[in-house]
Design a protein around this ligand. Structure first.
Ligand code: LLP
Length: 372
């Protein structure tokens, strides 16, 4: 396989899923949906579906991919601020488990389309809980200035509207506050907010069958070999400890990054070592079209020269791609062994939001994939 390509280690994925399921500890109230947006490679989806996880989808295309990979339609939740009519119709005819609705006009449209299809749609309300996840501004979602969800103050009226509208059933509340969260106290604060909102809902005579807390658990980008498995135990325990679930109430999670990030590595080759007057550049055949996270979010991926694993890192390079944009920089001033044309360079922890965000800008080829 020529570079750039993604190398997926399915053993790492299986170990991660094993740890996730062990941490869930057969708690039948806990339902984990894999957030397909993180990586939709059929080979990976298939493994995840075979472990009995549900799917969290944000488009008609993701619903089709999830069903094709073996996810049960009733285990699919469908989120997104802008669901198109054809996507809602597809979800209705597939018989998905729940729509996560994000605005009042969307409720009206789902009701009309469900009536026309002769179906009842289960709908959860996505509430914006006004909690700062203290993560990168481009992946924080739970603040009033973000486009997501319904304001907490409008929750009761929106839930009542669901109960009034034909062909809709009120399923409960949905939240998602951001991504790449390693500080578990952020989730504890989310739980406290949900406790308050549940009291308010009940005071208005409404009950939520289910609570969906979204995704967002982070993974270790700095040191993937030291921390290959995310802290699923601490994560689930935070909800066990802080969230007051009502008797019979179900708790849903939508995890993406924490499930697939560590199983993927983006592989590239050194095209040129350019020794400048001020800095030395390692020019790779991979650019932000292959892995956009560093350019888009200033994200850090551990960079390794896998051709020289045992040589001391005595050189410093700005590691850059070939794309005609000055933002096509993976990382500046990286300590690596003195490198040469043809060396293989690995970007670790790239299984989530890596390959799936690739583009054909500059009419480049999409990266390939190998599985081990
Ligand atoms: N549920 C909802 C409603 C979401 O918006 C997301 C992610 C997830 C679940 C899954 O979150 P996770 O467990 O993966 O954190 N491209 C960015 C991340 C964008 C996340 C978007 N929403 C990145 O590369 O960091």
């Amino acid at each position: 396989m020529h570079t750039p390509y993604y190398h997926y280690n399915t053993r790492v994925l299986r170990n991660t899923l094993g740890a996730l399921l062990a941490a869930r500890a057969d708690d039948e109230r806990f339902h984990v949906h894999y957030a397909v947006k993180a990586n939709a490679r059929p080979e990976l989806l298939h493994i995840i579906a075979s472990k009995g996880l549900g799917a969290d989808c944000v488009s008609g295309g993701e619903i089709e991919a999830a069903i094709a990979a073996g996810f049960k339609p009733e285990s699919i939740v469908f989120a997104g601020v802008g669901k198109a009519d054809w996507e809602i119709q597809l979800a209705l005819s597939a018989g998905i488990g729940c729509f996560n609705a994000e605005s009042l006009p969307e409720l009206e449209v789902i009701s009309q389309l469900a009536q026309a299809a002769g179906k009842t749609a289960r709908v959860a309300l996505r509430i914006n809980p006004n909690i700062d996840a203290h993560t990168h501004e481009k992946i924080t979602t739970g603040l009033p200035e973000n486009k997501f969800g319904i304001d907490m103050r409008d929750m009761v009226a929106a839930a009542k509207r669901i109960c009034e509208l034909p062909a809709l059933q009120f399923a409960g509340l949905h939240f998602h506050i951001g991504s790449s969260i390693l500080d578990l106290s952020v989730f504890a604060r989310l739980c406290e907010r949900i406790n308050e909102l549940q009291n308010e809902l009940e005071a208005a005579g409404l009950t939520a069958e289910s609570i969906n807390v979204g995704g967002g658990l982070g993974t270790h980008y700095e040191d993937p070999d030291v921390h290959p498995i995310p802290d699923f135990i601490g994560y689930f325990d935070t909800f066990r400890k802080h969230l007051q679930l009502r008797p019979g109430q179900q708790l849903h999670f939508e995890l993406g990054r924490s499930i697939v990030a560590q199983c993927g590595t983006m592989m590239s080759s050194v095209l040129y070592v350019k020794e400048g007057r001020e800095r030395n550049f390692l020019i790779l055949d991979a650019g932000f079209t292959d892995l956009i996270r560093p350019a888009f979010y200033n994200a850090h991926h551990k960079i390794e020269n896998t051709t020289r694993p045992n040589e001391p890192a005595t050189a410093r390079y700005d590691v850059v791609g070939p794309i005609c944009e000055s933002s096509d920089v993976f990382q500046k001033d990286v300590q690596l062994p003195p490198s040469q044309r043809g060396d293989l360079i690995a970007f670790r922890t790239a299984g989530a939001y890596g390959e799936i965000m690739a583009s054909r800008y500059n009419l480049r080829q999409l990266p390939g994939a190998v599985f081990e």
